[in-house]
Design a protein around this ligand. Sequence first.
Ligand code: NDP
Ligand code: HSE
Length: 435
Amino acid sequence: MSTKAGEIKEIKVGMLGCGVVGSSVARLLSEDSGDFAERVGATLKLVQVAVRNVSAKRDSVSSSILTGDPQKVVADPSIDIVIEVMGGIEPARTLLMTAINNGKSIITANKALLAQHGAELFDAARKNGVDLFYEASVGGAIPILRPLRESLVGDHVNRIMGIVNGTTNYILTKMDEEGSDFASVLKEAQALGYAEADPTADVEGHDAAAKAAILAGLAFHSRVTIDDVKCEGITGITSRDIQVAHDIAHVIKLLAIAEKTDTDAISVRVHPTLVPRHHPLAAVRNAFNAIFVEAESAGDLMFYGRGAGGAPTASAILGDLIAVARNKVRGGIGVGESDYAALPIATVGAVKTRYLIRLDVADKPGVLATVAQLFASHDVSIETVRQSGRGDSAELIVMTHEASEASLSATVDALSKSSVVKSVESVLRVVGNAS
Ligand code: NDP
Ligand code: HSE
């Protein structure tokens, strides 16, 4: 039966999890309840919150609404909307499927879950006529999913480049600006509430890869999962890489890149990238995120803000909560998943970019010629070469023109086997065209 306007006086909300994000959601929901009631046209009431440890003291929620059994939240027939901020794949997936099948609308910040099981959840939401909103899953406070889904739906997105992980951006910023050491800055980022429960997801790029899959799916109206994303994290980045980037007026950022190739396939990847200092993304420091969108008619757009932390993420969740609650009050649901284009995923080897390769070589006559020949024989054109050091440990820094991943990888393989190269110290991709 459809709801008549003005019929609903109160909307009951259940929450799965009450950690960094959930506790901010609960606090703001209680502090701003009067404004929210006006904005929705009905009162929003948090009625049950599932946590692991019910006896832990929590300032933001009364112990009377805590439960150690998340199943109770998703089964409670009085609950209209479930906010999922517990994280992880299971039991979150089963709980959300149960909630959806019980007719509840969902708000989630769980990018890992959406990037792996999004299709199943979206299909279930569509079948049950409920909303599944997830603005907080990418870019924390930054409104980016709704602009892609609604504001830019009349345009064609060609490419998205994003700094979408606060923890790694914080680490890279501190290494670049203060010469800090990786392990100690990671601890700081954890203490500030930016990192995932297992920070491997941040530093190995998996968190950014999940977000890249979500962005690509929305931008290109296709289903993209985390398995479609080529992913490399920042654990291999050394202070020497940062110094070399600095010397050539670049910074190293962990970028999530999603683009349409010449053959109308989708390429999605996450890797440390050299960004020219004059590019807007180079100015994004600490835990801030930014998503740079290149659209056919709109041109370049950049969405910038706090990408992690309790209150910023809660802001996005509460925005979704009010949108879903308004839908309930007025009747109907919001815009769902759009996957009509069903574009294929590009093969990794075909993707083209510029590279900076750092080699440890012996400083002997003929070495440079041999190295240049190895690049040329694999069809990789060199833009510049710089040498530093003499004698046993000279360093060659080679910047290439655009080359395919396949050609580059064959070149690196040949360099590693060459008798004139002691080691390939690093291979970094570079944004932008040669100047
Ligand atoms: P936390 O680890 O701080 O909180 C997780 C909460 O879920 C805790 O309250 C925990 O209970 C509860 N929980 C976990 N497993 C269970 C379970 N099996 N049953 C009942 N309760 C459970 O995580 P965050 O708040 O940092 O993150 C939550 C989600 O938001 C994740 O999906 C994350 O990726 C996403 N996110 C996080 C951001 C951030 O900056 N932190 C930003 C954007 C998205 P207890 O308190 O008892 O341990
Ligand atoms: N761990 C994530 C980050 C939280 O550092 O960006 C925000 O999704």
